[in-house]
Write a protein that binds this ligand. Sequence first.
Ligand SMILES: [Zn+2]
Length: 258
Amino acid sequence: MAEGNWRIYVATDLEGASGVFRFAQTRDTKSPLYVQAMEYLMGDIAALVRGLREAGAARIVVSDGHGRGDNFIPHLMEPGATYVTGGPRKPAEGLDRTFHGVVLLGYHAMKGTRDGVLNHTQSSSAEMRYWFNDRESGELAMAALLAGGFDVPVIMVTGDTATCREARDFLGRSVITVATKRGIGREAAELYPFQETRAAIFEGAGKAVEAIGRCRPYKLPAPIRCRREWIERTERPSETRIAVREASVRDVKKIVDF
Ligand SMILES: [Zn+2]
């Protein structure tokens, strides 16, 4: 691949963006805190896009992944990329085999991670948990599997320190990680100033492009044994129970809803 022709797909979430550490910033789309969190996310995206462009990316697609997928603020879009948002749409809309790398921006650790800020897997209210081939996995691994289905490796992950650790655990040491805060608890963090996180994201983007050749697509032997647990609540708290579903899944696009 000639330098400068890199095609990069960016999947975003909100919990791992700079400055985000409370569920009040990520749940109610009408809250001023939520709108402010969207601004924080746009700032992180802008730093990433600038860094990727500087490193020679020719095509950058940024995909809005948190909640219902309505988290972008159009007038804050950094030039040099396109932005996929709104719904309904399929997960990883626009991703295909022509891309060279995926960046997971603003991600969070899986449910149950002690020092993972806003840790959850798919649903924080139902306390959902997932296992694939007996290994408990979070949204980071799910996104990496989806990209792996197109033979595209994850080259960079941003989020709190727990997310960065989870990225290395699942994806190996070649993936570039940038911590936007130090995780202390589910709603507690040591925040890093925006100027510093964005400088680190910009710099990380350059390293990520250099790492393309070293990163391998994340794949699991098929069929994938999938297990999901969640809390089923009724009117009476005494009837609350843990529900379980298991399935054998061949298509990685179906590992979330089986
Ligand atoms: Zn999210």
